[in-house]
Design a protein around this ligand. Sequence first.
Ligand SMILES: [Zn+2]
Length: 313
Amino acid sequence: MKTKIGVQFRKTNKTQHTFERLKYCKNCHSYSILWNEECTICDKEETLVPIKTISLAITRRNVQTRFLWIGLFACLSAIFADTTEKLLLACGGGLLLFLLFGLMQKQYGIYEKEYHFKKHLKAEQRNIKDSLLRQLDEIDADVQEKRIKDAYEKIREVGYFLDSDLIKILKLKYLNHFVLRKDMDLELDTLIPSDYNKHFILYLHEALKVQPWLVNRAVLEYVIKYMPYIEQRENGNQILGQVAGASLRVKANVYRYQDFIIEVIDFLPKERVLRLAKIVKSEQEYDWTNLYEATKKHVDQHYAFDPDFKGVL
Ligand SMILES: [Zn+2]
């Protein structure tokens, strides 16, 4: 068995949109998705700017150009005005256009910014993709040099952009090198692969030991779907009991997945059986006759003389 290492992960920033994570190097025109202050391609410092800044500059330039055109139009009208009335009309018209355009900009400018941002992303698609691929090479080099923590932190950033089985499985492989703790910012349902994968099951087992609340419907659906594979593992039954035990945190899940719970009830630890017994006894609004019967039978068989179960069912 591999020796696991204790680590403290670097904090990862949360952004409203994934692409806001990108930084653009003004010197070599590449993109970076990491936390570095300096560009990893040209090694220049203070050249990285958030991608939003670039698209905002484009929007600003467009708006300024339109204001200039209005100004030019007003000036030409004033130059060619041959009477005071026409001159006043040209100046008044120009001023009115300025005001109207200013108001429109205030009202709808946000849509223009979004439009330019999306347009900019589309134009830079290739460049951004190259940066992500370069990142994967860097991660590969980290793994070769046994810098697994660096590799995981980098693949976690790549994962915000690429949602594929390859990225998920790499993340899982790296995560399985670490000692998982309660205070870590762990993910689970975002790592579910499209097929049965032993690295995921291994991680699931370790993650649930410290953060059982990570079990949700997606995780339960996956485990139920691949139950025959999990059962074949050395500690498969223990994992199934662990998942079913964790599902007891949400009553709606107990109701929804009661067939699964009945199926693996023999693998639930005592403390989880006690919790299950209390749930099926107290929550009468749910129709779980079969689950109640199965729980009662299990308690009668295994905990008939256990004082903790006295009077529970
Ligand atoms: Zn650069």
